[in-house]
Structures are given as C-alpha cells and as structure tokens.
Design a protein around this ligand. Structure first.
Ligand code: ATP
Length: 575
C-alpha cells in the first residue's frame, strides 16, 4: 500500500481538498445530534418557538453546506483515484515493455492483463472509498464518542466499551480476508487465461468440435472463482452481523440506563436522544466500515500484485538514443549455448559462426532444432547462457537494446495490429513517404493484392489480420520489416505460406538489399542461394557452408536435398 500512497501523493492538493471537504461533512454529521438535543430540550420541551426556528435554521444551513461539500469532495476524490489508476497503468505498461522476453515468460499473459486492469480498478475503488468514507467512518466513531462524553459521560462510557471489541474483530477478519482475496485475484487470472485462449483460438475450437470440452474447462475455473469469492465474502459478511449484535446490545443497555437517568432526573430527554442518535450513526459507520474493510482487504491484495510488477527489475534499459544505422550488419557467435529458464536442458549447444555485413544466411533444421531460438538471440531478446555474441565485433551486452534499432524480426506467425494497411506497414515510422511504402509493398509482392482492395492502403485490417489470408499476412509482415530499413533482417519461416513463385520473387527482392539477412526455413529451395547455410540438429550445428559445399561434404544435407526433391518441395524453378 505504501507504493499506492506514493502515487496518490502526486495528487496531494486534490486529495487534501477532498479530505478537507469530507471533514466538513463529518463536522455537520457530528454536530447535528447536539443541535437536535437543543431543539428538544430548549425548544420543544421548554415551548420556546424562537429557539426551534434558530436551531432549525442552523440545521438547514449545515445540511446544505454538507451537501455541497459532499459533492465537491466526490469530485476531487474521483480526480485522485482516476489519476492514480492512470499512472499505475501507464507505469506498469512501461515496465512490461522494459522486461526481457524471459521475464515476460515468468509472468503469465493473463495475470499481466488482470493486474493492469482489474487490480488497478480495485485500487481506484479503494482510494475513492478511502477519501470519501473510509476515513470518515472511524473519525465519526472517535468524535462521536468524544461528543457523547460532552453530553452525558456515563451514557457515553457504555458506547465506548463496545469499540475495542469491535475493532479487534474487524482487524482479525480483515487480515483473513486479505489472503482470501489474493487467491480470488489469482482465480480471475485463470478465468481470463481461458477466455483469452478461447477467443484467440475460436476457429480451432469450432473446427475441432471442442465447444463442450472448452465449456467444461471454463466452468471448472469459473466455479473455482465463485467458490473462492464465496469463501472470502463469507468471512467479510460475518463482520456486519457481529457488529450489529454488539451495537444493538449496547443500544438496549443505553436505553435502559437512559430511562433510569431520566426517572432520577440526572439526564434530560434531549441528552438521551442525542446519545442514541450518536449510537445509531456509529452503528451505520461500523456497517460502512465493515464493507470498506472488504475493499481494503481486496485492495491490499491487488496492491501487492501491482507492486510485484513495479518492483521487478527491468532488463532492457531505456534506450536514450534512437539513432538508426549504428549497426552495419556483422554477426559473430562464439561457442554460444542457451537454456530457457523453465527448461532443464540446453536448447543451443556451443554455436559458432561468423557472418559479414550484407551476407544472406539460411538456417535449416528439423522442427524443434533451435532455429527460432538462435534467431531470437541476435536482437538480444534473450541473453546467451554461455559464449559470446558480437554484432560488428562488439559484444551484444555492450549494445544492449540499442542494437534493435537496426535489427528487424519477422516472426513465424506474422503479427498484425488493428488499423489500416498503411498503418501496419509504417507502424510508428510516421516519416515514411507514400513512395517508400509502395516500394516495400512491391518488394513483398503485395501491390497487386492492395490494388484490388476498394480502400487500397486505407483498408482496415481486423484484429490480428482476421480478414487476410496466411500468405497476405506474411507478406504484410515482410513489407513492415523492409519499411524499417534494417541492417539485419531476420525471417523466421516467414514465407512458408507463400506459393513457390511468389516466395521466389520476395526472396529475390530481399537478396538485392544490402542488409544481412537470416532466413529460417524448412525448405532448401528458400535458402539455396544463401552465402552460408547453417544446418541445425538438436541445437547443434551439423554443417555450415554454401549449398554447393554442403552438397559435396555433408551427407545429412544431401539426404535432405534428395528427400525434398522427391516430394517436390520448392519446385523446379529454384533448382
Ligand atoms: N519459451 C520457451 N521455453 C522453454 N523451451 C522452449 C521455449 N521456446 C522453445 N523452447 C524449446 O526449445 C526447442 C527449440 O525451439 P525452437 O522454437 O527454437 O525450434 P525451431 O527449430 O524454430 O522449431 P520450428 O521449426 O518448429 O519452429 C524446442 O525443444 C522447444 O520446445
């Protein structure tokens, strides 16, 4: 919670005004029973109409003042809570961007989503409640007791004796509730995870007839969330009846003693009414307070989850320079091994090769042989477990994330954003001219397709490119990468969905570019013209060289070539 309050302190003026206005409301609430007692004792019982009018006018004025103060206080409290929510989301998002790929994998996507949305909303609700009612309830209880003592000490003592008992019960339940609500948030993570997976794979679910199966999977986590919520709420709902019981007992004792004191003449009717009034309002305050404890328990659980993100050290320092062109394109791996954090074995074993700027490199290997992993080490998405990676003869650690200004990756499943075709190609490169965009579109062999669209470059792409074919998505991803004008281009099986003729044209256009290009593929035909072809097998390099060299020296390569030729992979035009 300390961190949340640090954020709230950025809005200290608004917070101070909200609290000051809340105090105005509180004062009115505290003084009201006293004025009522005056109206009863000095006005009604004494038959003095002037006193009734006088105190009545004061009461009316105070009620109006409290009304205006209440509305204004809510306005400022909303300003603080919304502002803190905005800042938390902004800083958490920024923090996530600075996490390394490895760290992102440690947190699940669904939990990150819940933390940025639901947990922040809990904190906003808590802050608002804190400024509007949370502080008011205990303050009313404290000052209600004080005011009661000024009216009738012996009756006030009865009220005071209930307070410690009530506080102990509440604190106990709050601590218990906090742990339970932390688990509730974790269950929300699980529900979000299944919703997310199902929305992303909706076609797959339908095609596999797995609607029933997924429904059951969802019901299981949904049920578990319901049960966890019930458990937490049950504990919290115990508070109210316990409070009511204790306060009602106190009220009976008050009435009994009040009647005794009235009879003996040691108390006036107005005094008894005022004390009962304070007791009733305190009961309501305890009611509010117990409800707020639930918010506090939940808010604390959320604050801890938010802190976990904000306090996790970032791996990617914020790059202060956004200068392109620092990287020329030389890449050198010296005995590089790599192991994923959640894996118990090495994925890459002692990989060594050297690539000169502008060279085209093919990476071939069976599925799972480590091609993508190797590619991901080049833009420093992961750090090598051992060995050294050098870019232009400089260790990659020295480059840090600056290296990414000149390295562009086209991932296996090209990712598109909702927006127009133009926006997807330029993606932050707002300076790109229409001519430049058209040039890369032609290189990616996408121009004929775009010309057929009624809105051409302004055509909207649905979420993740739903309205495009696999091949169109891949070509659009390639166009985006080319538009970035990289010194090192990484193509991760990015032409797999293209027909052989189109793939040939795309690779031909890329070959004419000066950039160093790594082409991961399953097909020899895609990399046959490469300067070097790396053959990976179970994370180890089995051979490296041009197509001709490998054909002469490496039986494994000859076998791959024969089998692909036999199956007609790549067709004749590439042979
Ligand atoms: N994030 C990860 N955490 C743990 N292990 C991983 C992770 N990503 C990949 N692996 C493992 O590393 C190995 C190499 O995976 P990689 O994706 O690099 O292979 P690949 O050659 O690109 O395969 P494909 O051709 O099927 O894309 C596999 O055994 C895979 O299970």
């Amino acid at each position: 919670m300390k961190k949340v309050f640090q954020y709230a302190m950025l809005y200290k003026t608004a917070m101070f005004i909200a609290l000051a206005l809340m105090i105005v409301e509180l004062i009115v609430e505290l003084v009201q029973p006293m004025i009522m007692s005056k109206i009863i004792d000095d006005g009604i019982i004494a038959g003095d109409m002037e006193t009734i009018y006088f105190y009545g006018a004061i009461l009316l004025f105070m009620t109006l003042a409290a009304f205006i103060a209440g509305i204004s206080s809510s306005f400022f409290a909303a300003k603080v809570s919304q502002g803190v929510g905005y800042d938390l989301r902004k800083d958490m998002f920024h923090q996530l961007q600075m996490f390394s790929a490895m760290k992102i994998e440690q947190f699940q996507t669904s939990t990150l989503l819940t933390r940025l949305t639901n947990d922040v909303t809990q904190i906003q609700g808590l802050l608002f409640a804190f400024m509007r009612i949370m502080l008011r309830a205990p303050l009313f209880i404290i000052f209600g007791i004080v005011m009661s003592f000024t009216i009738n000490p012996s009756l006030a003592f009865i009220l005071l004796s209930t307070i410690p008992v009530l506080f102990i019960i509440m604190i106990f339940l709050m601590v218990k509730g906090m742990n339970l609500f932390r688990m509730v948030q974790e269950k929300i993570d699980q529900v979000n995870n299944i919703i997310r997976e199902n929305l992303l794979a909706i076609k797959l679910v339908k095609a596999f007839h797995r609607i029933g199966f997924e429904k059951k999977r969802f019901s299981k986590v949904n049920h578990s969330l319901k049960e966890q919520n019930k458990k937490a709420l049950w504990v919290m709902e115990m508070v109210m009846p316990i409070v009511m019981l204790i306060m009602n007992i106190a009220m009976i004792v008050l009435l009994w003693f009040g009647a005794v004191q009235l009879e003996s003449g040691s108390a006036q009717a107005g005094e008894v009414v005022a004390i009962i009034n304070y007791a009733t309002r305190m009961l309501a305050s305890f009611g509010v307070f117990s409800f707020l404890l639930m918010n506090l328990s939940r808010g604390r659980a959320s604050a801890i989850r938010i802190n976990e993100i904000l306090n996790t050290a970032t791996d990617d320092a914020v790059s202060t320079t956004s200068v392109k062109g620092l990287v020329k394109g030389g890449v050198c791996f010296e005995k590089v091994s790599f192991q994923y954090p959640k894996s118990d074995q090495l994925t890459l074993h002692s990989i060594s090769f050297e690539v000169e700027s502008g060279q085209k490199i093919g990476i071939l290997g069976e599925t799972g042989s480590g091609k993508t992993t190797l590619l991901h080490l080049i833009p420093y998405l992961y750090q090598a477990t051992s060995g050294m990676i050098k870019i232009d003869h400089v260790p990659i650690e020295k480059w840090g994330n600056k290296v990414r200004h000149d390295i562009t990756l086209v991932p296996q499943e090209g990712f598109l954003f909702s927006g127009t075709i133009r926006e997807n190609i330029s993606w932050g490169n707002d300076h790109l001219t229409a001519y430049e965009i058209e040039k890369v579109v032609k290189e990616a062999q996408l121009h004929t397709f775009i010309e057929t669209l009624p809105e051409k470059y302004e055509t909207l792409i649905g979420q993740r490119g739903v309205n495009l074919s696999g091949g169109q998505k891949q070509r659009l991803s390639i166009a985006r990468a080319l538009a970035d004008n990289p010194s090192i281009l990484l193509l991760d099986d990015s032409t797999s969905a293209l027909d052989a003729a189109t793939e040939h044209l795309v690779l031909e256009a890329i070959r004419e570019r000066q950039c160093t290009t790594f082409i991961v593929s399953q097909k020899i035909s895609s990399v046959i013209d490469a300067d070097q072809i790396i053959i990976l097998d179970k994370g180890k390099i089995k051979g490296i060289g041009s197509h001709e060299k490998l054909m002469q020296k490496l039986p494994l390569y000859q076998k791959m070539w024969r089998s692909q030729k036999k199956e007609g992979i790549g067709t004749n035009e590439t042979e």
